[in-house]
Design a protein. Structure first.
Length: 333
């Protein structure tokens, strides 16, 4: 057998190549050891769940157990003895002025609280959380909604659930996402959709809240949560668990990227992008979306979820984390 002599430079080159191959194999092996959450894996229909493709580290925004319980009770109590009184324009204007002044203001003075009080609202902190809640007074509950703001944060994400009674679990999901993750503010309805559909009325405090957010920070992204049933749908709408839309006929960057992240993390058949993959539930006549567009805002995402996915989000923190991190990765600038 002949032996071929190898020069020293060539030996070094081969050694570098061999070291690189070992590093790649080792790194790949480590990656394969990561397993998805069981709840997420169960939801996946065609691809295994995994973490978001590009999520940057964020501080922990979770509230203490006591603060979470307090916020839950406040949201629950906000609907007690609530009867719809249609708003007057001056009252809406006053609310918008106050909410705009309050958003992102870490120094909420007693004077500002007194102004809220004179307008028929209660402005109070959730102890130990940095969260401020704007709610109707007990004796003046007229269906104006309830709003919670995380003061002093730098999040671009706003949550809305305008049909939390009709679209079961959407209010719970919005509240828990707000409690656990980097969300700037959340707004919920306090009267049933059959009395007043906040997503489709052209004059309400919910709209003033939307306007104040956009005028305060035009790069905010508003996530509006809705629920649907697969029963009356056909084709893609029959099997979809989540329908993502920015309410336009030509979905923009955020909507496309959010849909892609969800498909990657929950499975390709899980999510449909409106109107590319389904013609159902695009939210094209959504009033808050129109306001965001008119004011030059850059972000509104309309998310329709079927009952099974809403239940998962409401009951499983790991599914909520994958849901939120997928959105955060998609809208990252």
């Amino acid at each position: 057998m002949k032996y071929v002599s190898i020069s020293s430079p060539l030996k070094c080159t081969l050694l570098y190549i061999l070291q690189g191959m070992i590093f790649i194999v080792f790194s790949t092996g480590i990656g394969l050891l990561v397993t998805p959450s069981p709840a997420v894996a169960q939801e996946t229909t065609s691809a295994p769940a995994r973490g978001p493709s590009a999520v940057t580290a964020r501080p922990d925004h979770r509230m203490t157990r006591k603060a979470r319980d307090t916020l839950k009770e406040i949201f629950k109590d906000s609907i007690v003895n609530c009867q719809l009184v249609l708003p007057e324009e001056p009252d809406i204007v006053a609310f918008k002025t106050l909410i705009k002044e309050t958003l992102g203001n870490p120094a909420v003075t007693d004077q500002l609280k007194q102004r809220w009080n004179r307008a028929g609202w209660k402005c109070s902190w959730v102890a130990g959380s940095g969260v401020l809640v704007i709610r109707e007074k007990t004796e003046q509950r007229f269906g104006r909604g309830i709003y919670a703001i995380r003061q002093g944060g730098d999040s671009r994400i706003i949550l809305q659930a305008p049909h939390r009674f009709n679209d079961a679990k959407t209010g719970v999901i919005a509240r828990k996402l707000f409690q656990e993750h980097d969300v700037w503010a959340v707004g919920l309805n306090t009267v049933h959709r059959k009395d007043l559909d906040l997503a489709h009325c052209d004059r309400h405090y919910f709209n003033a809240f939307t306007e104040a957010v956009v005028e305060r920070h035009g790069d905010s992204v508003m996530l509006q949560l809705h629920g649907f049933s697969n029963a009356q749908k056909t084709n893609a709408g029959k099997t979809a668990r989540l329908i993502v839309s920015d309410t336009t006929k030509f979905p923009g960057r955020d909507a496309r990227r959010v849909a892609t992240e969800f498909k990657t993390n929950f499975g390709r058949s899980h999510t449909r992008l409106y109107p590319v993959e389904t013609r159902w539930l695009g939210g094209t006549d959504n009033q808050q979306s129109r306001l965001v567009q008119q004011l030059g805002g850059i972000g509104f995402l309309h998310m329709e979820m079927n009952p099974e996915f809403r239940q998962q989000l409401a009951s499983d923190a790991s599914v909520r984390k994958t849901f939120f991190d997928s959105i955060a990765a998609a809208i990252a600038r």
